[in-house]
Design a protein around this ligand. Sequence first.
Ligand code: FES
Length: 139
Amino acid sequence: MLYSEKVMDHFEHPRNVGEIENADGVGEVGNPTCGDIMRIYLKIDNDIITDVKFKTFGCGSAIASSSMATELIKGKSIKEALELSNKAVVEALDGLPSRKIHCSVLAEEAIKAALVDYYEKNGLELPPEIKDFEPSEEE
Ligand code: FES
């Protein structure tokens, strides 16, 4: 089986799908090669991610990655969300085929982009983790 049970579960029953009105941070990234797009919405209160939703126009691995990534940062601190790597998402999904690793990269980048948006909206200085953030494959 190419995909783990966890990947299939999060693809078939994605968690936290949707949008947040008046989100504190929104991040959108895309991969020009496959054309997939991911958008993450964050609600942040006292440095805690109290809610997170996503919309992914993309492949099954991108949907599973965004679902898992939102689960991994929900209720966590900004600091923990900043530290979330695509590797951690892949591990939590019990692996992805190598051709699908970039789908998990989109999830990491969408969260970082949403955090950049949050800091910028609030006129705050960007923390070192996202100071030079540039989505790697965005057009
Ligand atoms: Fe591009 Fe999955 S194939 S995000």
